[in-house]
Each structure stands twice: as structure tokens, then as C-alpha cells.
Write a protein that binds this ligand. Structure first.
Ligand SMILES: Cc1cc2nc3c(=O)[nH]c(=O)nc-3n(C[C@H](O)[C@H](O)[C@H](O)COP(=O)(O)OP(=O)(O)OC[C@H]3O[C@@H](n4cnc5c(N)ncnc54)[C@H](O)[C@@H]3O)c2cc1C
Length: 371
């Protein structure tokens, strides 16, 4: 029986799910994958873009290169709602609907961020900083997280470490101080070893970490934190407050900010409507590899219904990778759901870690984009 699968969002989750269904069903897959963009960019590429190691154009992976049997990738903007989806071009109906629209940024939620600060989590923000940073000649840099949850828990730590090396290479590190404001209890709560190594590096590099605090407002040259503390800055590098895309909020699928799902199956309260990736209220890190493991589970659920195969539960597995900015990379393999408690295997920062990250990146480029 041929059944229509509609996947909203061609990011980490949507690309992997479409690939898995194509691999399993070939031309018989009847999958439409919709995204408003013309290309995909790995989140971690933004750190490279902001520090001038590459350009936005160089890291864009065009969707026209995502060619898979049984999959039709449509460029369109989604307007609403469950199972029957209206886009700017028309209406799509489906037997299975998978919402993988990621998380957006709510910049106005932090007054002053747009006027007096910079954010580095969007393509545009990272690209803008690429031209701002070379003009910075010294002073106080504040890396501030404006909300929780946010994507890639170690992302701002990567920014702090890479900034240290960037300023050192430019010969102005001694004219700068770096402060990092984090809402988390440690820079990486899921791995105590990774967190400790990061805090040791912050100490070695003279980076001041302020934990369990958020930036709630910016004034010219001044950040106000949620505990009332005021921190002066010359350069503000922020992680904006995250929100599900407005279309998901308008569809009525969200509760307390994100889309509630059954953690084991990723199904929403509507049968055969699933939510995967950053917009799902899983309580797990908002990270590409967790969107991928969710996609694996949903692919088996769809195949089970189509072909009687066995559905596999969400494993809650993923790998968090940390770029140190000096050629070394650390990573932690995390498994939240298959055992009785969280399992974390930590790999300390090393050049071999960078080889691992290059392989991670290359594998997905080849798998999704034939690149
Ligand atoms: C600086 C930074 C570093 C990161 N580092 C890592 C890392 O090392 N490893 C890792 O695994 N993760 C990392 N991440 C996190 C990772 O990028 C996200 O968690 C991941 O992309 C989430 O996947 P997703 O499928 O939920 O959403 P996304 O990948 O964000 O995809 C959502 C898609 O939906 C589309 N969309 C949204 N709204 C609409 C609409 N209305 N109509 C049509 N299309 C729409 C978007 O265009 C987008 O393509 C990082 C993120 C950042 C910002």
C-alpha cells in the first residue's frame, strides 16, 4: 500500500528521515519534504563563519543536490496545521505527517539585543559578525545566553574558546577580557567530564564563567542579567531566546513553549502526526544528532505501519561535539533512553577529535547531498 508521508522541514531531522524512508522503500516511497530555504547549513559552520574561517556561501548545501528515490523536495513556506498542511503554493494532505521545523530565534524577547548586541546562532548573525569582529580592537567581550532551552548546549563554550584563540592570533588578547554568562549549572550538564574539561580550559585561558544566569536586557554597553547583575561590555555575542516557528505555535500544537510528544515514539497527541528535532519537548539536548535518532525511530514507526516491520523506540542518543578553536575537538557520546540512566562516553580534546568531526560532517554531506 502506498501511503503519503509529509515531512515539514529539511534540517537534520527531516533530511535523515527522508533518507531513511528512501533507503527502505526506494521509488515506492511517497514522501514530500518541504522547506522554505534553498539550502541547508550545519549549525556548527556558523562558528567558522563568524570567525572568518569560511564564508556562508561556502558552507551552504543546496537542496537541489538532495536527490533520493521516492522523495520530492519542495521549496515552500508552511502556513498551518496538522496532517493537512497549507503552504504558500497550495495544500498537502498526508497519511503520516512529521513536523521537523526546528527552533527559531525570538530576538525581540531580549530588549536591546538587536540594537546594542550581536547574535551568532543564525546564518545572518554569524555572517554579520564575520565583518564586525575584525574591527574589534580590545575591551570587554560578553558571551551571553538569553534563554533556555537553546540549541547545542556547548555552542557558546565553543564561541568563548574560539574567541580566545582568535584574539590571541590577532595579538590583542591581553587587551581583552572575556565573560561567558550561561543559564546552565555547568557548561555541559550531560557529561561531567566534558564540563570539567571546559571549565579547566576557561580557567587556563582567563575566561570568566558566570553560571545559572541569563541575559534579559541590553542597554548601550551594558547587559542586565536575570539576577539583577549588570555587566558592562564593548562587544556582546549572544545566543537569542529560542521559540518554535510561529506556524507551529499557530497550529495549536505547542504547550509550555514546545510540542509535547510521547518520548518513546515521538508521536504528538494526533495519531500519525510526529514531531522530531528542536521543536519537540523531549527534555533532551536540542542538537542535530538527537534529531537524527528521533528520525530513525519515526522511520521505523512509519515502516511498521506500512510493512509490518518492527517499530523501534526513540533511543535518545546523540553526540555533542566541542570545537576548541585551536585545531582540537572533544566530543561526548550520549545515551539518555536505552538504559536505566544517562550514559556518557567522553573523548577529551585532541587533533583526532577534529578528524572525527570532519568525518561526521563528510558522512552527512555525502549521505544527504552527494557532496
Ligand atoms: C552555533 C551552533 C552550533 C551547533 N553545533 C552542533 C553540533 O556540533 N552538532 C549537532 O548535532 N548540532 C549542533 N547544533 C544544533 C543543530 O543545528 C540543531 O539542533 C539541528 O539543526 C536541529 O535539527 P531540526 O531538524 O530540529 O531543525 P533544523 O535543522 O533547524 O531544520 C528546520 C528546517 O525547517 C525549515 N523551516 C522552518 N520554518 C519553516 C516554514 N514555516 N516553512 C518551511 N520551512 C520551514 C528551516 O528552513 C529548516 O531547514 C548547533 C547549532 C548552532 C546554532
Amino acid at each position: 500500500m502506498k501511503s503519503r508521508v509529509l515531512i515539514l522541514g529539511a534540517g537534520f531531522g527531516g533530511l535523515e528521515l527522508a533518507t531513511l524512508l528512501s533507503e527502505a522503500l526506494g521509488e515506492a516511497a511517497d514522501v514530500v519534504l518541504i522547506d522554505k530555504s534553498d539550502s541547508f547549513v550545519f549549525g556548527y559552520s556558523r562558528i567558522d563563519v563568524m570567525f572568518g574561517k569560511t564564508t556562508l556561501d561556502a558552507v551552504r548545501l543546496p537542496y537541489e543536490d538532495f536527490a533520493k528515490p521516492g522523495i520530492r523536495l519542495v521549496r515552500d513556506t508552511i502556513d498551518a496545521d496538522a496532517r493537512r498542511v497549507t503552504t504558500t503554493e497550495g495544500i498537502y494532505e498526508a497519511d503520516f505527517l512529521v513536523i521537523a521545523l526546528g527552533a527559531d530565534y525570538d530576538i525581540p524577547a531580549t530588549p536591546g539585543l538587536a540594537e546594542y548586541g550581536n547574535e551568532f546562532y543564525s546564518n545572518m548573525g554569524a555572517d554579520r559578525l564575520r565583518s564586525v569582529l575584525p574591527g574589534f580592537s580590545g575591551g570587554s567581550v560578553l558571551i551571553g545566553v538569553c534563554g533556555f532551552p537553546y540549541k547545542c548546549p556547548p555552542g557558546p563554550s565553543e564561541c568563548a574558546l574560539t574567541l580566545h584563540h582568535y584574539l590571541t592570533e590577532r595579538g590583542i588578547r591581553d587587551k581583552c577580557d572575556i565573560t561567558f554568562v550561561s543559564p546552565l549549572s555547568t557548561p555541559m550538564p550531560a557529561s561531567a567530564e566534558m564540563a570539567q574539561a571546559l571549565m579547566d580550559s576557561f580557567e587556563d585561558f582567563g575566561i570568566c564563567l558566570l553560571r545559572q544566569r541569563k541575559v534579559i536586557r541590553l542597554e548601550p554597553g551594558l547587559a542586565v542579567l536575570d539576577d539583577g547583575m549588570e555587566l558592562p561590555f564593548d562587544l556582546f555575542l549572544g545566543v537569542p531566546k529560542h521559540t518554535p516557528p510561529q506556524v507551529v505555535i499557530d497550529s495549536g500544537l505547542t504547550e509550555d513553549g514546545w510540542v509535547p510528544i510521547h518520548l518513546a515514539t515521538l508521536e504528538t497527541r494526533f495519531p500519525d502526526v510526529y514531531a522530531i528535532g528542536d521543536m519537540a519537548a523531549t527534555g533532551l539536548p536540542k542538537s542535530g544528532t538527537f534529531a537524527e535518532s528521533a528520525a530513525r525511530s519515526v522511520s521505523t514507526a512509519i515502516l511498521a505501519k506500512l510493512e509490518g516491520a518492527e517499530a523501534e523506540q526513540n533511543t535518545g542518543t546523540g553526540t555533542c561535539i566541542v570545537e576548541y578553536g585551536d585545531g582540537r575537538v572533544s566530543y561526548a557520546e550520549l545515551d539518555f533512553l536505552t538504559g536505566a540512566s544517562l550514559q556518557a562516553i567522553y573523548h577529551p580534546p585532541s587533533i583526532a577529535g577534529k578528524t572525527f568531526k570532519n568525518g561526521f560532517d563528510g558522512h552527512r554531506r555525502a549521505r544527504w547531498f552527494n557532496a
